[in-house]
Design a protein around this ligand. Structure first.
Ligand SMILES: C[S@@+](CC[C@H](N)C(=O)[O-])C[C@H]1O[C@@H](n2cnc3c(N)ncnc32)[C@H](O)[C@@H]1O
Length: 231
């Protein structure tokens, strides 16, 4: 009964959001590509998402629950990017964050378990003529590439994989190049109770070295992030 009520409310909210997007497009408040992507997105609202995109895409002023530009700046990401590095973005969602970063690096593989998200990202990449971002529709647990990555984004995703934290970090590290780094961000699903919990979990692992850390609350939830590498 409760599930039915939630489904009905969600369908109603999606209907309202579709009407809103239609009006915004009609009044030229949003572009044709944002309108198309929004419609694609609303066709299948996923478990991890609300009716809004999770990430914004600043070059086209596409709005999202989490602002890509401020995340990019708060992570101090520019400092860690080089034109010859290869990045993996685990649980990259629609990839708007990675598409934004793409011009500053050699390549980015966006790994995303939900096919509709990957499809939306591919569509935006085609529209933006971005050729160095590849969307891989796969579960991280089943992802075993031969390629190694210089930088891995693990933003608000480790809890969703349902892997033990140690196993998750071990697997992430196995995908790193020799001096590779991981940028890992906490998320409420695992670390609501205590903002220091991710730090404590990382410190418990004797093969992890914390390079630097920070905090952000771009969507009203306090999160911590860490640049880590192998000890
Ligand atoms: C909370 S969202 C975070 C999105 C993005 N990392 C960010 O922070 O902007 C979690 C994302 O991870 C994806 N995801 C969940 N489990 C996954 C798995 N096992 N393998 C790959 N992606 C997964 C979800 O579909 C969703 O897009």
């Amino acid at each position: 009964m409760k599930e039915l009520a939630i489904t009905i409310v969600k369908k109603f909210l999606i209907f309202i959001e579709k009407q809103k997007a239609k009006q915004e497009f009609k009044h030229k408040q949003i572009s044709s590509i944002e309108f198309q992507l929004k419609n694609d997105y609303l066709k299948e609202v996923r478990p991890y998402s609300s009716i809004n995109f999770y990430q914004s895409y600043p070059p086209l002023r596409i709005r999202g629950a989490r602002p890509t530009l401020s995340r990019f700046q708060i992570y101090d990401l520019e400092k860690h990017l080089k034109s010859d590095i290869n990045i993996l973005d685990i649980g990259g969602n629609t990839g708007f964050f990675s598409l934004f970063v793409s011009s500053k690096v050699n390549s980015i593989d966006v790994l995303e378990i939900e096919e509709p998200f990957a499809r939306i990202g591919k569509k935006l990449a085609r529209y933006e003529k971005i050729e160095n971002v590849q969307f891989i529709n796969k579960d991280f647990k089943k992802f075993n590439p031969s390629k190694k990555y210089d930088l891995i984004f693990s933003f608000a995703v480790h809890g969703h994989t349902k892997m033990k934290f140690k196993d998750y970090i071990e697997k992430v590290f196995s995908l790193l190049s020799k001096d590779g780094k991981v940028l890992i961000e906490s998320h409420p699903i695992m670390f609501t109770a205590n903002e220091n919990l991710l730090k404590e979990e990382l410190e418990r692992l004797d093969f992890v070295k914390i390079i630097s850390s920070g905090k952000l609350d771009d969507d009203g939830r306090l999160r911590t992030f860490f640049y880590i590498t192998r000890k």
